[in-house]
Design a protein around this ligand. Structure first.
Ligand SMILES: Nc1ncnc2c1ncn2[C@@H]1O[C@H](COP(=O)(O)OS(=O)(=O)O)[C@@H](OP(=O)(O)O)[C@H]1O
Length: 174
């Protein structure tokens, strides 16, 4: 990879990310254990299983430490997955600026689709029709035991703080 390569990384709340990841696996393998049981090495002590990829991927600060061995921070853009939903044009504005492109994609390209519950394109490329992402994006997540969610929030907090500090951005995941 060229030294000047620019990287764009979309990050979202690691707890929601883990549940989303699990939801995707569940859709392909309905017989897998529950999210709650996969989360812990030891549920009684609350020890999280960081070898489970759904959990591990969300420890962004650790991954960033490794990437910084190869790329300067200025070559990496961190896109907020939450803002990609609440303000897609704003977030894509940052992407276009980062890539040195003219801001061609703006608010006027999006509308909020109430059925999908997400922003969609008013016109897909090369078509005059609106376009939303497919059924595999924006799935309903299973209900997860709130105590497990809370334990995961606690687990991720220090890593999130470190990540905000490293990127100079507060993603507001607390
Ligand atoms: N506009 C729009 N429409 C639908 N979905 C949207 C959109 N913007 C962001 N998202 C969020 O993207 C999540 C899926 O993206 P992933 O990165 O998990 O996709 S991938 O499976 O890795 O390709 C998906 O996560 P889930 O909600 O868990 O399905 C969405 O929350």
């Amino acid at each position: 990879m060229s030294k000047g390569t620019k990287l764009i990384v979309v990050v979202r709340d690691p707890v929601t990310r883990a549940i989303s990841d699990y939801t995707q696996t569940l859709s392909k393998k309905p017989d897998i254990p529950t999210f709650e049981s996969l989360t812990f090495k030891n549920r009684t002590t609350g020890l999280i299983d960081t070898s489970w990829s759904a959990i591990q991927i969300g420890i962004y600060a650790k991954h960033l430490e490794n990437w910084l061995l190869y790329f300067p921070i200025g070559q990496i853009l961190f896109v907020s997955g939450e803002r990609l939903i609440s303000d897609p044009a704003g977030e894509l504005g940052r992407v276009q600026d980062f890539l040195g492109l003219k801001r061609i994609i703006t608010d006027k390209h999006f509308y909020f689709n109430k059925t999908k519950g997400f922003p969609c394109l008013k016109k897909a490329e090369g078509s005059s029709k609106p376009h939303c992402l497919g059924k595999t994006k924006g799935r309903t997540h299973p209900n997860i035991d709130q105590k497990v969610v809370q334990r995961l929030r606690e687990f991720y907090r220090p890593f999130n703080m470190k990540f905000y500090q490293m990127t100079g951005q507060d993603f507001g995941w607390d």
